[in-house]
Ligand binder design. Sequence first.
Ligand SMILES: O=c1ccn([C@H]2C[C@H](O)[C@@H](COP(=O)(O)OP(=O)(O)OP(=O)(O)O)O2)c(=O)[nH]1
Ligand SMILES: [Mg+2]
Length: 178
Amino acid sequence: MARGFKIVSQYAQAGLHLPYRATKQAAGYDFEAAEDFTLPSIWKLNFIKVLWQLHRSETASTTDLDAAAKVLKPWLVPTGIKAFMNDGEYLLLANRSSNPLKRNLILPNGIGVIDADYYDNPKNEGAIFVQLINMGIRDVHIKKGERIAQGIFTPYLTVTDEENVTTTRSGGFGSTNK
Ligand SMILES: O=c1ccn([C@H]2C[C@H](O)[C@@H](COP(=O)(O)OP(=O)(O)OP(=O)(O)O)O2)c(=O)[nH]1
Ligand SMILES: [Mg+2]
């Protein structure tokens, strides 16, 4: 029975901290940003301009749409951390409760599901990223070492007499092609 965190090789010399529980009975292990990171405000002018054009049923140019999509896409903040755990467990990645309140930062995926087989996967070593969107009107500058999310080791159940699932994981973010 083992579960825990390791620093991925890319950040071996970066002086990162392993996730830690801030209080005696905290459920979540706080993850820190592995590097400085700027989250642009979703309300960038070109995004507004595109919305206005779409609203006035003018066709927004593809470059404007591409620019808006760029601002809209969730930003992957690196943690430099990978998590190992037992069969039947996953790491639930949740937003910090202060992020929306104080910094207008939301997790577009609601929660992150870090699977046990993501650890040391061939594509990215199981490096955990926090997807964040900045709903505020100002860009948010995250400093390396700032706490950006929390991970909770969680058991999960599966259906009874499930046929053996054999697909092995190759990466993350949509990499499991059926
Ligand atoms: O916020 C997140 C969510 C996921 N992951 C990583 C860990 C997880 O094991 C993997 C796959 O996540 P998930 O299964 O939620 O996404 P998917 O779209 O189903 O991708 P996949 O096809 O890789 O399973 O991506 C993160 O690093 N951060
Ligand atoms: Mg998946």
